[in-house]
Design a protein around this ligand. Structure first.
Ligand code: SAH
Ligand code: SF4
Ligand code: F3S
Length: 449
């Protein structure tokens, strides 16, 4: 019988992407099929995240549960990959001796060989090395099911913000070659992909060597991608303010396919805290980027990540962050309580803010951002939006679901005769808005004879 694999993913979009590629690889090279549940699987992989303590702890509680499955079925293989694996390596096997495979984000292409080695020797396999960019040359072409596809263009981070574990788990910044990226995206476009999400921990720091030996920057890459027939929308995550060059800002006027929605994590709104975080910019510099972008794209919406309760954050710092959020008018954003990560410089700072104060600040910040998001959503009611139809609505299979350029999910009620097809763009009239999504009907259905 065909073996089955179940992959559970924690963490960021790059981890989601890596999990999808692991599945492609196991199907193509090891003869595995996808399992619907852990109970149904011969191999369970946990693709882990260590960005905050909570994420890391989830892994070990999950492993505890999986151990029971393994007791009942000793042949079950268990693997741990991703950022916790990268950081902990052998320690995972010491803490959970029933784990068979441990591998990092840069070595998952070796998974088929590691499985074979385990089957041959019966001993746990650990490989958390950083073999530069060889991974991408060893992965089968991505399988495409929706008109939106992610493509990793660079990986790792060389910023070393004082609180962050990512540079240690993903390694230093490494960019994929320009031509490899363009060939991959052209292949995706041939399969019907219309929207590309470029992935990197610090995506706009991408640099590629061109044929003649000259270096291309992220702005040029975006222009080349926009020239690929079939690609209609380009997004990118996560970008960094210190790499947001004048050339990239100008690309917004030359490349209409760049969406008017930018995810540019600010992390804080107090210059004192930004300096302690070692972010490398001030609020004034951040505001200047957004001001210049909005001069080109008045409709641009900006989302961010925010960290609340960094050591030393005073009431005044927090209020500065709240004002900053209003000044930029941030759209839907992610916000987190600061979590000390072992081995990072900030972990040595005293946790000097009481938990209830931190929690209250987080709530206030989230309420403010929700208010902004609701306002932006409400402003779209009674307008017509260009929506990329991604599939049937998850909640209601009678409806379609798609996204606007401004990254809003739209649930679309259709008639049998509606000119709406999965994978196409459609003009959708927005009828109402909830906190997190919009509802609409095909604009063509409004025209009553
Ligand atoms: N490269 C991206 C962030 C990747 S980590 C950037 O620089 O913006 C994703 C998010 O997790 C970060 O944006 C930050 O908001 C959050 N984060 C990172 N380390 C954290 C920590 N120690 N505690 C709480 N949140 C953290
Ligand atoms: Fe972490 Fe800073 Fe790098 Fe983002 S830029 S991944 S927050 S070190
Ligand atoms: Fe987490 Fe690693 Fe992504 S720490 S956020 S999975 S880069």
């Amino acid at each position: 019988m065909q073996k089955k694999v179940f992959i559970r993913t924690f963490g960021c979009q790059m981890n989601e992407y890596d999990s999808a590629r692991m599945l492609d690889l196991l199907e193509a090279e090891s003869g595995y099929a996808r399992a619907e549940s852990p109970e149904d699987a011969d191999l369970i992989l946990l693709n882990t995240c260590s960005v905050r303590e909570k994420a890391q702890e989830k892994v070990f509680s999950d492993l505890g549960r999986i151990r029971k499955l393994k007791n009942a079925r000793p042949g079950l293989l268990i693997g741990v990959s991703g950022c916790v694996a990268s950081q902990e390596g052998e320690t995972i096997i010491r803490r959970a001796p029933y784990v068979n495979l441990v591998f990092g984000p840069q070595t998952f292409h070796r998974l088929p060989a590691m499985i074979k080695a385990y089957e041959r020797t019966g001993s746990p396999q650990v490989d958390i090395s950083f073999p530069e960019i060889e991974k991408f040359d060893h992965l089968p072409p991505a399988k495409v099911e929706v008109p939106v596809a992610s493509v990793t263009i660079m990986e790792g981070c060389s910023h070393f913000c004082s609180y962050c574990i990512v540079p240690y788990t993903r390694g230093k910044e490494i960019s994929r070659p320009l031509e490899d990226i363009l060939v991959e995206i052209a292949g995706l476009a041939d399969q019907g992909v219309k929207e590309i999400l470029l992935l990197g921990q610090n995506v706009n720091a991408w640099r590629g060597i061109m044929d003649g030996g000259e270096k291309a920057d992220f702005a040029l890459l975006v222009e080349y991608i926009a020239d690929i027939p079939g690609i209609e929308r380009i997004r990118f995550v996560t970008s960094h303010p210190t790499e947001f060059s004048h050339r990239l800002i100008e690309a917004y006027s030359r490349v209409p396919k760049l969406v008017s929605h930018l995810y540019l994590p600010a992390q804080h709104g107090s210059d004192r805290i930004l300096a302690a975080m070692k972010r490398g910019y001030t609020t004034l510099e951040y505001k200047s980027i957004i001001r210049r972008l909005k001069a080109i794209r008045p409709d641009l919406l900006v989302s961010s990540d925010f960290i609340v309760g960094f050591p030393g954050e005073t009431d005044a710092d927090f209020e500065a962050m709240m004002r900053f959020i209003d000044e930029i008018g941030f759209d839907n954003s992610f916000s987190f309580l600061y979590s000390p990560r072992p081995g990072t410089p900030a972990a040595a700072l005293p946790m000097d803010i009481p938990l209830d104060v931190r929690k209250e600040r987080l709530q206030r910040l989230q309420a403010k951002i929700d208010e902004h998001t609701r306002r932006y959503n409400a402003a779209l009611v009674d307008t017509t939006q260009r929506v990329l139809i991604e599939g049937r609505s998850q909640k209601n299979p009678g409806q379609f679901q798609g996204k606007t350029g401004s990254n809003r999910v739209v649930h679309i009620t259709v008639k049998d005769t509606s000119p709406v097809a999965i994978g196409d763009f459609a003009d959708i009239y927005i009828t109402d808005a909830t906190n997190y999504a919009l509802r609409g009907i095909p604009a063509a259905d409004r025209i009553v004879a």
